[in-house]
Structures are given as C-alpha cells and as structure tokens.
Design a protein around this ligand. Structure first.
Ligand code: FES
Length: 265
C-alpha cells in the first residue's frame, strides 16, 4: 500500500489557458482585419497565431485531462460540467484546425468560411472558459481545500477485500479532524479521525456528488465543500441540507497499531 500527499488538481492548467485563448482570439482579429483591408502581413500573422493557439491548447489540455480523470469527483454535477467543458474546447480547437487546413497554413489568406469557423471557435472557447471558471469557483477543482489542522491532502489506493477488514492506516497517521481519501476497488471512501477515534464514510455527497474528502471535518461533522451540506460522520445522518439523504458509513477496527476498514457495514 502506498500513500501520497498532494494539492487537489493542477494549478498549472489554469496557468496555461491564457495562451491558447490569447493566440486564438488574436488569430481571428488579425485574419479579419487582414481580410477587410487586404493586407497580407496581417493575415499571415493570423495564421501564425492560429498555429500557436492549436499547439498551446493541446499542451494545456494535458493537465486538464489529468484533473478530469483524477480530481473531479465521479457521478457529480462537476463531472458533467467538466465533460461539457472538455468537449466544447476540443470542438473549438478542431474548428480552428479545419480553418487552418482550408487556408493551407499560412499560404493563402482567409476567406469568409475560414473567418466564420474562427469566430465560431471563439464563441465555443468563451463558453468553455466560462464552464472552466465555474469548475474552479463553484466546484473548487484546482483549489487547495486545506483548513486549519487539516494537514496535507492524502489519498491512498488499497485492494478491495469484501470479506476481511483491510489495513488502511497506522493509528497515528491522522490527527484529530484530519481525513484521507481511500480508493477501495472502484469505491471512494473517506477515512477520518475524530476525538472518539477513526471513522469511515462515502466520499460522495448525495446532493450533487461533491467530494466530502475535500470538505471540512470538525467535531464529528463533515461539511461538503460545494453547497455546505453537513453529515454526522459516525451515523451518516444529514445534519444540514441541501442534501436530503444520509451517507453510507463503514466499520472501523483497531488492531494494535493498525486501523482496519471493513466493507460490510
Ligand atoms: S454537492 Fe451540494 S451540498 Fe454536497
């Protein structure tokens, strides 16, 4: 078993986004201006900017896709938004690539069809950028979720063992009010430590699928980071909405220095 500590999400993804956005916006305006006044040097610049925009968009997509796979909680409103964000941006880049091919790179000037494709791509990029902003601001993807005494983000994969309890931590691994996200087979389970000992519960907020491991745990209550629902970490009961369903909890046993999780509740 291995344990790792990291910040959730890649801050490098939003850091790279301005490059394709600036290049692709510039490509349209240089092409449109060059086409309007028939100035070759302007639309040649537009062609270079389009190529640079496509290249930097593909580079920026790599950390974005890693976040999509490993940070955005599954079965959540954030996952659906992230899927739309990815598809809209890919379509925008594809449109610019088609326009670039139609004008034969930088050899020919743009015509009305090329400009139309670039303008449509710009509209899609704006929509995709808005969705990306919501993913950061509302879904807190790429945001450091630490609160006082939360410690470093911890995530661990362990083999699923439906029968026998599996060891998931050493007794001193977490401090009181700290959590760790466990991937047990295809389940995401949060291991937390309260004043009364270790607890385990589902990582999935029943409201819109927020990750409770990315929330706040204090005094035996975990709060979802997305809309603030609160749950009792021992019973799973809802203490405050908007969630209206409880979360699953799991049995934890201590054997000597080991904390063991049992998937049978
Ligand atoms: S997803 Fe809305 S409160 Fe958790």
């Amino acid at each position: 078993m291995r344990s790792k500590a990291s910040v959730r999400g890649h801050p490098i993804h939003p850091a790279l986004i301005p490059f394709p956005f600036a290049f692709l916006t510039g490509a349209f305006f240089f092409d449109a201006a060059g086409w309007l006044v028939d100035r070759e040097s302007w639309w040649t610049t537009g062609g270079h900017l389009a190529a640079a925009g496509i290249a930097t968009a593909l580079v920026a997509a790599v950390p974005g896709f890693i976040d999509y796979l490993f940070t955005v909680p599954p079965r959540s409103s954030g996952k659906r938004r992230a899927t739309r964000h990815m598809l809209v941006n890919l379509l925008a880049v594809a449109l610019v690539a088609v326009a670039w091919i139609m004008r034969r790179g930088m050899i020919a000037g743009p015509d009305i069809w090329v400009l139309g494709l670039e303008l449509a791509a710009l509209g899609l990029l704006t929509a995709g950028g808005w969705m990306g902003g919501v993913l950061v601001n509302r879904n807190q993807i790429g945001v450091d979720h630490r609160y006082a005494s939360a410690g470093k983000w911890k995530e661990q994969r362990i083999a699923a063992s439906p029968g026998a309890p599996g060891t998931v931590a050493n007794v001193d691994e977490l401090k009181v009010d700290q959590m760790k996200l466990l991937h047990v087979g295809d389940r995401r389970i949060v291991l937390g430590r309260t004043e009364q000992g270790y607890v385990a519960f589902d990582d999935h907020c029943p409201h819109r699928g927020g990750s409770l491991a990315g929330g706040t745990m204090m005094c035996g209550t975990v709060q979802c980071p997305w809309h603030g629902s609160q749950f009792d970490v021992r019973t799973g009961a809802v203490k405050a909405g908007p969630a209206d369903r409880s979360i699953e909890t799991y049995r934890i046993e201590q054997h000597g220095n080991e904390i063991r999780l049992s998937l049978s509740r």
